[in-house]
Design a protein. Structure first.
Length: 92
């Protein structure tokens, strides 16, 4: 969860919340009882959203890196080398 920067993080991450919010204020009922969110509630919501949203691109990058390491390990083992003692091959 690397997306914990101030300001709410990735604006696209808010899309789900926006869709949900709009579904509850679609004009089919009066909105007289709706008031602006308090500063404390807004800060809480921003914190929860920043900590709870996973940056899917970073997560996929991590998964692919770990999968590549595992495949390289088994490739070296299949070739008869000791993957733990030989220097790793870098594809960067």
């Amino acid at each position: 969860m690397s997306n914990t920067s101030k300001g709410g993080g990735n604006p696209w991450a808010w899309l789900g919340l926006l869709k949900w919010s709009l579904s509850y204020s679609d004009g089919t009922r009066k909105n007289d009882d709706i008031t602006p969110m308090s500063k404390e509630d807004r800060e809480f919501l921003e914190k929860v959203m920043a900590e709870g949203i996973i940056d899917e691109n970073e997560r996929m990058k991590f998964i692919l890196q770990e999968s590549t390491k595992a495949m390289e390990y088994y490739r070296l083992r299949a070739m008869g080398t000791n993957p733990d003692s030989d220097p790793p091959i870098s594809y960067a």
